[in-house]
Design a protein around this ligand. Structure first.
Ligand SMILES: [Zn+2]
Length: 279
């Protein structure tokens, strides 16, 4: 989102909010990937990340976890859930200490197929470096013991809408079992790789026993929403853009996000390529 478009959105949405026309409250789930200063796709700088947390703190948001479905309360103070996809080591080293110091919960969505040894995601292999490093099994256990919520981001990070029901079920259910075996505790939240979800996948997520699941559709969540298809904007570094996201200025882009995802699924019969620089 360019700065100019962001400014236009703010001009348009500000008066709506001022007149009470925008739906108040609700839960904003925000999605990060890497927290480091290497720049590039899906990276948020360390100082920017801290400024996001400061804004949340100063703005009176309740910071909530995604371990139960009944967390969205209308009319109450606005709430936020902080999530990280893919399991990058930089989250363990730079983000979690900041969150823990504030006593805030957060979810790290990891991919069990990428927890062993020297593995890196296909989209990171051409630019391997410290930014591409992932947490391993012992680090995930350590984070869980330290209070971070661990969620599943599927077994191997494939685009689920392109898969057969049997394979998609394995990606969703077996990843939960693998993480529960590793952690010795329940894993109750799921993140659809690359935001790829539909009604059938949502039913598989329910069947697997998850309480919540997150997409990459923008917008806030309200009690009448589906806890297994939570809206979740992916956050960028720019503090001004972060504030617009948190104020719900981009909520109106939700239909566009859904349309884009539906079109992608129509074009993808065999799944997106493994090196898709995804989310
Ligand atoms: Zn991902």
């Amino acid at each position: 989102m360019t700065r100019r478009i962001g400014a236009l959105v703010e001009r348009a949405a500000g008066p709506l909010e001022g007149r009470g026309l925008a739906r108040p409250g609700g839960l904003t789930v925000i999605g990060y990937h890497r927290i480091d200063d290497t720049g590039g796709h899906l990276s948020v700088g360390v100082e920017h990340f801290k400024s996001h947390l400061d804004w949340i703190d100063e703005s009176g948001f309740d910071v909530v976890d995604l371990t139960t479905a009944g967390f969205v309360q209308e009319g109450a103070r606005p709430s936020v859930a902080i999530t990280f996809d893919d399991g990058y080591l930089s989250v363990a080293e730079s983000a979690w200490p900041e969150l823990k110091a504030r006593g805030w919960p957060a979810v790290l969505y990891v991919v069990p197929g990428y927890l062993d040894g020297d593995r890196a995601f296909p989209w990171d292999t051409s630019t391997r470096g410290s930014h591409a490093e992932l947490v391993d099994r012992s680090r995930v256990r350590e984070l869980a013991r330290d209070g971070m919520t661990i969620g599943s981001h599927s077994l191997t990070h494939r685009y689920l809408p392109g898969l057969s029901t049997a394979v998609a079920r394995a990606e969703i259910l077996d990843s939960r079992r693998a993480l529960e075996d590793l952690l010795g505790q329940e894993v109750v939240t799921f993140s659809y790789p690359m935001g790829g979800w539909n009604a059938s996948l949502r039913d598989l997520v329910a069947e697997a026993g998850y309480a919540t699941a997150v997409t990459v559709t923008r917008g806030r969540n309200h009690p009448d929403g589906d806890p297994l298809a939570l809206r979740r904007p992916v956050v960028e570094s720019d503090p001004a853009d972060f504030v617009r996201t948190m104020k719900g200025y981009y909520d109106w882009l939700r239909p566009f996000d859904r349309w884009r995802e539906t079109r992608r699924q129509a074009r993808s019969h065999e799944g997106l390529p493994a090196n898709h620089a995804g989310l």
